[in-house]
Design a protein around this ligand. Structure first.
Ligand code: GRF
Length: 210
């Protein structure tokens, strides 16, 4: 069986699509066994269905910006049932809290559209543009109890052009997101990510299958 991953989404699903397409092309040695969305209208659900992946819409009624309560329990149960070994956040718009983090310790990744630790939180691309940064980029990191502060796995630098709009910069960054997310997942699948405090070292060669 291929390495089972679970994906959390809330929106468009372009990162999910890139992951599924890399799997199809044999560039990523994993299988997406479940996609959960907290929003019924997330396009990402359609993306997953088109690839024949099981999808679940599980609303979180208690809060708007965090995953808590009954929904959190259901998410954990479902991913456990499916034997998920890595959780990938792909445009999931809620903060992950302790119970979920404990259930999948060291096994949750996120992608952020800026070079962390700069421009954390929402609209990283707009923040970079408004700040006047000459370069920005994207970051794949492990998720911990803070927001966008978990150990950094991979980053890619993207130039900011004088005539950029938020849309044009976001588009340029997104192209790189689609590449580095799968690379980071593949490194995890190959057991090549070693976390030492804040630092994530990439071990050379294939070490162990998770
Ligand atoms: C991406 O910009 C990602 O960096 C951020 O949310 C956005 C999700 O886009 N975390 P998509 O749903 O993958 O198209």
């Amino acid at each position: 069986m291929k390495f089972p991953i679970g994906v959390l989404v809330s929106g468009r699903g372009s990162n999910l699509e890139a992951i599924l397409s890399h799997i199809k092309e044999g560039k990523l040695d994993a299988e997406v066994v479940a996609v959960i969305s907290d929003r019924e209208d997330a396009k990402a659900l359609k993306v997953a269905e088109n690839y024949g992946v099981d999808t679940y819409y599980i609303p979180c009624l208690e809060k708007k910006t965090v995953l808590v309560g009954e929904a959190e329990k259901k998410y954990i149960e479902l991913f456990k049932e499916k034997g998920v070994k890595l959780i990938v956040l792909a445009g999931f718009m809620r903060i992950i809290k302790k119970d979920f983090l404990d259930a999948f310790k060291g096994r949750i990744m996120n992608i952020h559209p800026a070079l962390l630790p700069s421009f954390k939180g929402l609209e990283g691309q707009k923040q970079a543009l408004e700040y006047g940064a000459k370069v920005s980029g994207c970051t794949v990191h492990f998720v911990n109890e803070g927001i966008d502060v978990g150990p950094i796995i991979l980053q890619e630098v993207v130039p900011v052009h004088d005539n950029d709009s938020v849309d044009s910069l976001s588009q340029r960054i997104l192209m790189h997101e689609h590449e580095i997310y799968s690379k980071a997942i593949q490194l995890f699948v190959e057991g090549r990510l070693k976390v030492e405090g804040r630092r994530v070292k990439v071990l050379s060669g294939e070490v162990k299958k998770e």
